[in-house]
Ligand binder design. Structure first.
Ligand code: FMN
Length: 212
C-alpha cells in the first residue's frame, strides 16, 4: 500500500504517522501561568535531539488559532518548562492531566500531583515522576498553522536515586525506571522487553564479509 501525503488530509496524515512512529516517549510537561498556578499535560510528539546544548522538543497541536493549549501559552509567557517522564505507576495520573480542562483548572490538584521545587527555574516539577528535566525555552517553531514545536535546553535533571547505578560516571539503570511509551491511539507500552545488540565495528564487518 502506498500513501501519497499530498492526497491526504492533515488528520489522515496524523493517523498514518502516529500509528507507525511508535512507541513514542511521553513528555509530561509542567508549566506555570502568569499567576503562578501550575499546569501539567502529556505530549507524545516528543524527543531529545542533542547534548551540547542538551536539547529536547515537543509539538503542540493547537486547539484553534487563538487557543494554543495552556502549555503553549505558559511556555511562551514564562520561557521555561519542566519535562517529566511517565512511568508504570504514574500512567493513570498522566491520563487525568490529558483531560481538555480550561486554564482555570490546576491539573496538579485534579490528578493528585505534588509540585516539587525545581532548582534552576521557577516552574515546579511533578514529585511523583522519577525523571524530570528543567528546561529553558530556546525556540518555538511554527509547523504550519496548527502546530508549534517547542524546543528547550535542558539545564538540569532530577532522577530517583534507585535508578542511579553510578552518579560519578552518570550511569543510569534504565529498566528500573519502568518508563511507559505511547503506541497507537490510546494504547501504551511498558518498556520491559529489552534486548541487547551492540553496533558492529567496521573492521569486524569487513573481516566477516571477507571470510565468507
Ligand atoms: C499520551 C498522550 C499524548 C499526547 N500528546 C500530545 C501531543 O503530542 N501534542 C498535543 O498537542 N496534545 C497531546 N495530547 C493531548 C494533550 O495532553 C491535551 O490536549 C491536554 O489537555 C493539553 O493540556 P493543556 O491545555 O493544559 O496544555 C496527548 C495526550 C495524551 C494522553
Amino acid at each position: 500500500m502506498y500513501f501519497d501525503f499530498a492526497k491526504h488530509t492533515p488528520h489522515e496524515r496524523y493517523k498514518l504517522l502516529s500509528s507507525t512512529v511508535t512507541p513514542r516517549p511521553i513528555a509530561w510537561v509542567s508549566t506555570m501561568d502568569a499567576n503562578g498556578q501550575p499546569n501539567a499535560a502529556p505530549f507524545s510528539f516528543f524527543n531529545v535531539f542533542a547534548e551540547d546544548p542538551a536539547t529536547l522538543g515537543f509539538a503542540i497541536n493547537h486547539r484553534s488559532d487563538t487557543d494554543r493549549k495552556d502549555t503553549g501559552e505558559n511556555v511562551r509567557l514564562q520561557n521555561e518548562f519542566v519535562v517529566n517522564l511517565v512511568t508504570s505507576d504514574t500512567v493513570e495520573r498522566m491520563n487525568i492531566t490529558a483531560i481538555e480542562f480550561g486554564p482555570e483548572v490546576d491539573e496538579f490538584v485534579a490528578a493528585g500531583l505534588t509540585p516539587a521545587a525545581s532548582t534552576l527555574i521557577r516552574t515546579p516539577r511533578i514529585a511523583q515522576s522519577s525523571v524530570s528535566f528543567e528546561c529553558t525555552l530556546m525556540q518555538i517553531v511554527p509547523l504550519g498553522t496548527r502546530r508549534s514545536l517547542v524546543i528547550g535546553e535542558v539545564l538540569a535533571m532530577h532522577i530517583s536515586d534507585h535508578a542511579v547505578l553510578d552518579a560519578g560516571r552518570c550511569l543510569i539503570d534504565t529498566p528500573q525506571l519502568q518508563l511507559v511509551g505511547r503506541m497507537h491511539g490510546h494504547h501504551y507500552v511498558r518498556t520491559n522487553e529489552i534486548f541487547n545488540m551492540p553496533t558492529i565495528p567496521v573492521a569486524t564487518w569487513e573481516s566477516k564479509t571477507a571470510s565468507e
